[in-house]
Unconditional design. Structure first.
Length: 365
């Protein structure tokens, strides 16, 4: 399973050779094995690294077990470097050659699909799942005391709560006790699995009850709610979780793009366009970088301090060293952002961001 540690080790990797990065969609519901192999062969046609091409094809043809929906392979044959990762979600087919592994598709993947907790809740108990890079794992179910509804016709749940059909409040007491147990179990699970965002399925009533009882710190991590039956099957929960994660990513990214553009227009803590964004990254001011998936530009990197720029300069304005020509200034900008512990969001497409120069950032100051 791919982790943030893996992403970090890819970011840390450096060598003198060229690194081939391959991303392949192997989702069996979308592409058949043979078609994926042909697609890979076509992608590799343009790659002038024969030994790396060979080890990648060797892996795909003889070692890959095709259980994942997406695959990433990194190879630098001259340095004996070869790493593969598979995911429960698909990745777009892409091939890159650079002096480091290209991580942009992974940034999008981890940002969208990592660290989710899924909660299905009813009056009696809850089902908890971790949802990480497309892998949905269910924990042991928690079931409290059965909630026996008094005779039908005596009123709906609302009446029950108000004491109409449940004068002694017995039913409500059981529900209260159950929800307390569920909350204790759920928060323990969130902690143990490093859950960073939560989606809740159930009826409106049960979701509201769960959320009300949830401690504030966890409440703020609830990103989405949806209606779902407690008896939903694994596939149904998986599909819903995938939809919710993608929609949440879209919504959050759009809000951040708007924020960056507005701040930049006010001359406040925002920048748009490559030149200004590269400068802000170098100065360590970037809080959140926003960039379109397919945006790339050539440029220059200072051999001394690593300053990235698209303007040809004699010497570096920061350290006076000379520049090397680079063909992936945007990818390097993303990596630099992550190395500096800022957040990077890769967007599939976004009109506002495209108009603003394909890249933008919200700044710390
Ligand atoms: Zn410099």
């Amino acid at each position: 399973m791919f982790s943030e540690k893996d992403l970090k080790s890819l970011l840390d990797y450096s060598s003198d050779g060229r690194v081939l990065s391959v991303y392949l969609n192997t989702d069996p519901t979308v592409v058949q094995t043979e078609a994926a192999k042909i697609q890979l062969r076509n992608l590799l046609k343009t790659v002038d690294l024969p030994e790396d091409v060979q080890v990648v094809e060797q892996f795909i043809n003889f070692e890959y077990d095709w259980t994942g929906k997406g695959l990433a392979v990194f190879s630098n044959h001259s340095a004996d470097y070869f790493h593969t990762y598979q995911f429960g979600v698909s990745v777009p087919d892409r091939v890159f050659i650079a002096d480091r592994p290209v991580v942009r598709p992974l940034v999008r993947l981890t940002d969208t699909f990592m660290g989710w907790g899924v909660v299905l809740v009813d009056k009696q108990g809850a089902r908890l799942f971790s949802f990480d890079l497309g892998e949905l794992k269910e924990m042991e179910e928690i079931t409290g005391d059965e909630v026996k509804q008094t005779k039908r016709g005596g009123g709906n749940a609302m009446h029950g709560r108000m004491g109409g059909s449940d004068p002694s409040g017995k039913v409500e007491n059981i529900i209260e006790r159950n929800i307390k147990d569920v909350i204790e179990y759920a928060t323990e699970f969130f902690k143990r699995y490093h859950i960073r965002r939560i989606m809740i399925g159930g009826t409106d009533d049960n979701i509201a009850r769960f959320k009300d009882e949830l401690p504030k710190a966890w409440q703020s991590l609830v990103v989405s709610e949806f209606s779902m039956s407690m008896t939903a099957g694994h596939q149904e929960v998986l599909e819903q979780a995938t939809r919710v994660a993608l929609a949440a990513q879209e919504r959050i990214s759009q809000a951040l793009v708007n924020q960056a553009i507005t701040l930049a227009a006010k001359g406040s803590n925002g920048v748009t366009g490559l030149i200004d964004t590269l400068n802000a990254i170098h100065e360590g001011r970037v809080k959140t970088l926003l960039v379109l998936q397919d945006f790339e530009e050539s440029g220059f990197r200072c051999s001394g301090c690593g300053y990235l720029t698209v303007q040809e300069l004699e010497t570096c304005p920061f350290c006076k060293a000379s520049f090397d020509r680079i063909d992936n200034a945007v990818e390097l900008a993303i990596q630099e952002t992550l190395i500096k512990n800022a957040e990077a969001k890769v967007l599939e497409e976004n009109e506002a961001l495209a108009t603003a120069g394909h890249i933008a950032a919200i700044l710390r100051y």
